[in-house]
Design a protein around this ligand. Structure first.
Ligand SMILES: [Zn+2]
Length: 309
């Protein structure tokens, strides 16, 4: 499982940072890639990666500001060209309005998709658990921005323990139905009367990962709830150390506030994104350092950077 940042800039693209988009690569887990926001130029950023657009099966949109959605029509139209027999449907999650935005842009530009888009639109009344499969569950809460904005908490379900087949073979269990029984957790009795205790041959379940991806927001308790115990918390950092009043005025956060959220949530790692073009290399490192005084495991991400979980 990896997170890859396609655009880490705020508001408008700069030479070093494109506008918002990131992907959660779940290829080993479920052979899917999930995209979060899709600012203009996202499809060009993807060309610099190994991501195959047809593997993008779910797109989660945080809010309807242009720097988070203007890349959608282009990406969706190009995706249609990049696969044929493996063409698959797509699920889009986002604020009410995302459906009409996508469908109008596609219709007015004469784009016809060979796949279907399933829309899941949210407002203040239907957030909470928004998606569940056998391996993942996603929760969403409203953040505090200038327009309705959603934060997402992706939880991988705990992984079952794996069977130690070698040890089982060594214990004299013949390959076949008995193996299957032990694997499913049942104790079995062998022909010679020995009892095989299943849990001795199955490793402990592995805790699923938690990845929290927030949209644009002021410092808010919703972010703490969404980020509780997260392996990775992605938080915007539009403003700098001393800019709290400005951040509040414009519906954003500072690097320090993001760090306070990560600390309060007992997250394991904080990744700062949505960085203003005003901040260049050295200033970015300083913002990161300042935030580390509050939450040590803080890192400010760059475009195309990949983080493994
Ligand atoms: Zn915004």
């Amino acid at each position: 499982m990896e997170l890859q940042f396609l655009g880490t800039g705020a508001g408008q693209p700069s030479k070093s940072r494109n506008v918002s988009s990131l992907v959660l690569k779940l290829l080993d887990e479920i052979n899917e890639v999930w995209m979060f926001d899709c600012g203009e130029g996202t499809q060009r950023q993807i060309l610099e990666t190994t991501i195959k657009p047809r593997k993008v099966k779910r797109i989660f949109i945080t809010h309807l500001h242009g720097d988070h959605i203007f890349g959608l029509p282009g990406f969706l139209a190009s995706r249609a060209f990049q696969a044929n027999e493996e063409q698959t449907d797509l699920d889009v999650y986002g604020p009410v309005g995302i459906r009409s935005y996508i469908l109008s842009s596609l219709r007015l530009s004469g784009a016809r998709l060979p796949y279907r888009i399933h829309f899941h639109e949210f407002d203040e009344t239907n957030l909470g658990k928004i998606m569940e499969t056998d391996k993942f569950v996603v929760y969403a809460e409203k953040l505090d921005h200038t327009i309705f904005c959603i934060g997402y908490r992706v939880m991988q379900k705990d992984l079952e323990g794996t069977l130690d087949a070698e040890a089982l073979k060594a214990a004299g269990v013949p390959f076949g139905p008995l193996f299957g029984k032990v694997k499913s957790g049942q104790d079995v009795v062998l022909e010679d009367g020995r009892k095989i205790i299943a849990k001795d041959y199955i490793s402990a379940p592995k805790k699923g990962k938690i990845i929290t991806i927030l949209g644009d927001t002021r410092k808010t308790d919703a972010s703490i709830r969404l980020g509780l115990g997260a392996d990775i918390l992605v938080h915007e950092s539009t403003y700098g150390t001393k800019d709290e009043p400005l951040a509040r005025k414009h519906g954003h956060s500072t690097n320090m506030q993001a760090a306070q959220i990560a600390k309060a949530a007992s997250a394991k790692k904080l990744l700062l994104n949505h960085i203003s073009a005003r901040f260049l290399g050295r200033e970015c490192r300083q913002l990161e350092k300042d935030a580390q005084t509050i939450f040590e495991n803080t890192h400010m991400v760059k475009d195309l950077e990949e983080v493994s979980l």
